[in-house]
Design a protein around this ligand. Sequence first.
Ligand SMILES: Cc1cc2nc3c(=O)[nH]c(=O)nc-3n(C[C@H](O)[C@H](O)[C@H](O)COP(=O)(O)OP(=O)(O)OC[C@H]3O[C@@H](n4cnc5c(N)ncnc54)[C@H](O)[C@@H]3O)c2cc1C
Length: 481
Amino acid sequence: MPSTTPSRLASIPLQNLYSLLEPLSAPPNSAGARFTNWGLSFTCAPLSIFVPETEFHCELILELARREGKTVRAVGVGHSPSDLACTTEYMLRMQKLNRLLEVHPEKRYVVVQAGIVLHELHAELAKHNLAMMNCGSISDQTLAGIITTASHGSGIDFGVMSTHVLGLTLLLANGSRVFCSRTEHPELFLASICGLGSTGIILSIQLQVEPSFRLKEVQHTITFEETMRDLDKLVHSAEHVRFWWFHAPDTVRVSCSDRTPEPKAPVSSWLWHSLLGFHFVQFMLFLGRFFLQVNSWTTHFAAWLISNRTVGIDDSYSIFNVECRYPQHTTEWAVPYENAEACLREFRAYLNKEAEDPHGLRPHFPVEIRFSAADDIWLSPSSGQRTCWIGIVQYRPYGFNVPYRKLFQNYEAILKRHQGRPHWAKAHGLRPDALRQMYPRFDDFIRVLEEVDPNGMFRNEYVNRHIFGQKIDGRIFKARS
Ligand SMILES: Cc1cc2nc3c(=O)[nH]c(=O)nc-3n(C[C@H](O)[C@H](O)[C@H](O)COP(=O)(O)OP(=O)(O)OC[C@H]3O[C@@H](n4cnc5c(N)ncnc54)[C@H](O)[C@@H]3O)c2cc1C
């Protein structure tokens, strides 16, 4: 573990520190002085929000925090559908640290600043004929954001995106910088690549990449029963396989993508991407707030809109990414791959029961089902096991709220019965006792945090609640609409 070094900034007078940091802080009462996540579900007003432009700025902010005894949370762009990024004290918005620092095509890795948004990263990599090896549903997040939460794409032979990290440069609570990897400070590395922002500020990331590639995606629709019957065959039928399950019509949209040398031939569903698709569905979802049955019709309609078989060829990231549309409440858990069928069947039985009840829930669509290879990252939901991710969503049409708690609680109970582990970026109710049972290295994670950050500078309410078991209400940062 890195040794404690006195900060070389300790001699700067406090007043000078304030002057240096003033241009980087959002003025009080300005829009930038508040942080709200993308889903509009969690919000906070930190004591100060800084927007550092250099690594030195990050060091100055830590120096001030140390002197004033404040906690610090580095954040990306707030795409976590929970209070994972929220804090009441100092917040650093990292997206101006977004430069590609080194490119090593022959060794297939790059070094990039942690705050880069994935869209920017794809564009930078493309200039060098390189690409990320896998990607999730969107490219709006920062690279550090996806890594600290072990965010994932889909592909049974592909690990979560943190598995593509070769090394990290961290700024620790004592002001020192440390490079960690599988060979240098390996424990700090394995704690940080799903570290919930609590081991230190990630400054830069050494990321494994591959030569740019196109994906050929075949999408078709089958029934839920057909999906379950051929589950293993389907999951192994292509490099990247994912399912979108529409419960009301009980159909599953299957997406199978493989690398291809064929030229680009993108597909676009006119109806889905047009005003009709976007606005009509949003209006239907809005009506569904008052007339529950409308939600089932909307699900039928959305499934019908995309029911044709399609074949599209495009740049990897354009195929990996999908349209996530409206602000939303969402949750996602990972079950061991072997439990996927039983879990999905139990969830379906529950949804069927709700559908039979005239006053039962009529959830939004789709249920997203994806797959990851096993890894060895201490807190990764795929740690030690191949994984099936099952995600549900309740949209917030025009930003209005929708009921979701009963649905999410029942979903969680079912996923738990199948040894599910929650996605760290998404709100969940688990506390240390339960998490310790799920993650054999949970106490090693705590040990590393206590070694590198004994005073808890990087612990926010989420981390104190879920990792350290403090009694902090999960709704303290809940946005009220
Ligand atoms: C529409 C949508 C689609 C999504 N799709 C997927 C998907 O396909 N697969 C998936 O797995 N997840 C998905 N997610 C979840 C998303 O990948 C994570 O929430 C991710 O953390 C968001 O990144 P961010 O940059 O917004 O980070 P934030 O939400 O701002 O922060 C997340 C965490 O990263 C930490 N952090 C950020 N930057 C740093 C840094 N420089 N140093 C240290 N810590 C840092 C923060 O402290 C916090 O703990 C999706 C979310 C949304 C809203």
